[in-house]
Design a protein around this ligand. Structure first.
Ligand code: BGC
Length: 390
């Protein structure tokens, strides 16, 4: 059974993001978006999981599961609520969170931008405005200075390709633009922002720094070959920008069959998840392989997100088991995968879809905020502790 073992030092973690769990993040673009009458948003984020106050409960659960890493994000709009105004109290809060995790033997993996952008940055042009690059670099430098004692791994931008495609091409995320040229411009700004952020963080603290990328297992349906190349380009512009980084965070959830016009929807007979896309755990191995081949193995990979939105916890276990099986195959083929992060610790605010898709290892009562670990949490903890897929 030795082939079921993960390598020594393989990192096991779980992840969250500020806007999805903290609650009351009223000063960013998403808050506005959630409250606009003409968007598809199911509901506003509101109090989310109240993790701004209840983070110690989250910590206790992560610790009880024996995980060794916790990925969370900083809310830029709380740290710098107006240009050049720095909230010491907010930075102290995140530092306290980091310290508490470290004390319990859990490494804080800090994401500097996870989808939400301060209102003032958006008012000044957002991600199509070149000046945002320097603003982001300044934020990263300042936050890294404050958090240096607790930062163990830094992720600059979470899924910049989702920020650009959903926000500037498909109009589903803020700022709700639907223009390929704007999407391309956002990609350029985000690539530049990643590069300056790496330099800014490394200038302050000597920890691994990298990008996290949303990767989809795009497969051609009949006639879709060239469209596959087109949709992959929004991943590739970022894969082209990670040379010299310490790691690439691969985040994968599903497969998409691509026809001449784009995604043709789920294939008949393949089950779908609460997200409306296919139950396709094989996507993780497929995208790890693609990232590794595309970058000629120059950058180690960490799975910084993988998981499933479902009310059926058995299905969650089946999904993660199959995804991890694929990770073991990748490792067996010599691909340098250093860790796995389950998305998400908590049932939380799933952006446009509100609180309906439940990705958590832990459920959260929407009126009392009481957290209840699901059976999958224990199942995942056993795998992490034994470093073996049973
Ligand atoms: C994002 C998360 C999101 C998850 C599930 C990723 O795209 O980074 O914020 O909740 O996927 O959809």
């Amino acid at each position: 059974m030795s082939d079921r073992l993960f390598p020594d030092g393989f990192v096991w973690g779980t992840a969250t993001a500020a806007h999805q769990i903290e609650g009351g993040n009223v000063n960013n673009d998403w808050w506005d978006w959630e409250h606009k009458p003409d968007t598809l948003c199911a509901e506003p984020s509101g109090d989310a999981c109240d993790s701004w106050h209840r983070w110690r409960e989250d910590l206790d659960i992560v610790a009880s599961l024996g995980l060794t890493s916790y990925r969370f994000s900083l809310e830029w709009s709380r740290i710098e609520p107006a240009e050049g105004e720095w909230s010491q109290a907010t930075m102290a809060h995140y530092r306290q969170v980091g310290e508490a995790f470290l004390e319990r033997g859990i490494e804080p993996v800090i994401t500097f931008h996870h989808f939400t952008t301060p209102r003032w940055v958006v008012a000044a042009g957002g991600w199509t405005e070149p000046a945002t690059v320097d603003r982001f670099a300044r934020f990263c430098e300042r936050a890294a200075q404050e958090l240096a004692p607790v930062l163990r791994r830094g992720c600059t931008l979470n899924e910049p390709n989702i920020v650009s495609t959903m926000g500037y091409q498909l109009g589903l995320f803020p700022p709700g633009e639907a223009d390929v040229a704007l999407k391309d411009r956002a990609n350029e700004t985000l690539v530049a922002a990643h590069r300056v952020a790496v330099a800014a963080i490394r200038g302050v603290v000597d920890v691994p720094v990298g990008l996290t990328l949303s990767m989809t297992d795009y497969q051609p349906a009949p006639g879709g070959e060239s469209m596959v190349e087109t949709v992959r380009r929004d991943e590739d512009v970022f894969l082209d920008a990670i040379d010299g980084d310490d790691f690439l965070g691969v985040q994968a959830y599903t497969r998409m069959l691509i026809g001449p016009e784009g995604w043709i929807g789920p294939e008949t007979g393949v089950p779908t998840t609460a997200m409306g896309y296919e139950f396709w755990p094989q996507a993780l191995a497929a995208t790890i392989r693609r990232a590794w081949e595309y970058t000629d193995g120059r950058v180690p990979i960490i799975v910084t997100e993988n998981g499933i939105g479902t009310d059926d916890d058995e299905q969650r276990i089946a999904y993660v088991r199959a995804a991890l099986d694929g990770v073991l195959d990748c490792l067996g083929d010599g691909i340098n995968v250093r860790g796995y992060t389950y998305w998400s610790l908590l049932d939380n605010f799933e952006w446009v879809l509100g609180y309906r898709p439940r990705f958590g290892l832990v459920s959260v009562d929407r009126s009392t905020f009481v957290r209840t670990p699901k059976p999958s949490a224990q199942w995942y903890a056993d795998i992490a502790r034994s470093n073996r897929l049973a």
